[in-house]
Ligand binder design. Sequence first.
Ligand SMILES: [Ca+2]
Length: 487
Amino acid sequence: MNVSLGRLVGLFVVIACLVFASPASDANEATAKPPRKFNVLFIISDDLTSTALSCYGNTVCQTPNIDALAARGTRFTRAYCQGTYCGPSRASFMSGYYPHATGVLGYKNPRPQIGDRAMWSEYFKDRGYYAARVSKIFHMGVPGGIEKGGNEADDERSWNERFNSPGPEWKAAGDGETLERNPNGKKPVVGGNTFVVVEADGDDDVHSDGKTAAKAVELIGQHSDNPFWLGVGFVRPHVPFVAPRPYYEPFKPFASMSLPEKVDGDWDDIPKAGINYKTSLNMQMDVRRQKKAVGGYYASVAFMDAQVGKVLAALDASGQRDNTIVIFTSDHGYHLGEHDFWAKVSLRDESASVPLIISVPGKQPAVCDSLVELIDLYPTTAALCGMPIPERLQGKDISPMLDDPSVTVREAAFSVAPMRKGFLLRENDWAYIQYNEDASGGIELFDVRRDPKQYTNLASDKAYASMVKDFQRKLAARLAEVRNNDL
Ligand SMILES: [Ca+2]
């Protein structure tokens, strides 16, 4: 009797579960809160190497505002751009495709290649967000485009509103010097993609980035009661190095700046295409000029950091901090004299890696060493805001890393330098660089555990021959994967 009563009760429990289980879970879904419509505040600096930020270990250049964001967000130590200069990098993370998928390897907007597919901000705009940009998100020429204040390679339909921030750039009043190709010091201050330092008169708002911060502050105040996707593009520390005088104080005299270690015969094992397009040699910069370039770059970073502080303070004042995903990054990195290289394009870590901080309300601060790419930002923010991730996107959702920084999504980051027909596969322990798709322009292989500054190219060492072959195969496969898309 007892046994059969027990069975009967058991059977009743099973039936009850079958009958009530699915209505109960439907009821839970109905009462569950819809995904939060987080705002996205995307702050991007131009030509910023992570090595210049104090939260990434720089002890000379202090960046308290970016550091404060890092202290409350996840700071990524292995984030890579997809193209090592403005045009291809920005076209890639905004469209969600690698440069070799769209073929946008220069300074054009990828709209003709992607047709009606939504760019990153447009995807949010299509879902009821107010989408706006202030200054440079897609490519703009610096300083030329900023002097003129035009839209350059922008994409109109990505935004509800867009704002440019014209500034005097190299023409700013103050003490200026052209450092590049000016050995006798007779060349005046010039425009273009040239190393020029200007210690400028007047305050922040004279300059493009000061105006960008002011406009961003205004927009955050105006749009605090509807979800927004706001892109804030600062143009410093891109050349010319122009900042108000007070930002130079910590870096003077410029002779006190230190330069990266110089190694005898450093270029002997670098293929011709791997010698960067700007070097101390072809720029004709002696040690005095090199040190001043570092000081000017740091002053520009400090100035940009102060503008980031204004934008973050406005977010706090708007009451939207707890409802806003904040991203800080750069379009690519930069050389400050390592291997006597300067600027971008190179596929070494200083140039191909980027600072990346993602702060999401409710997540614990963390440092994440997993390999991530700028192309991941689009799908990641879509996921964080409860939107479906379009299948066509070539980046990965890295949002699980914000809960658990040990999560990984890829074996190798992929970046290109189309100007040099260069390709990088960056694994945790190895950096593999090749020039031309058949590697005919040369190969570089670095053991970054033992040689983090990449002084010794192992590519022609017989002991690594099979590893080089493997990397060559992996790179060809990666490129084929990138080219296999819906375009
Ligand atoms: Ca850039």
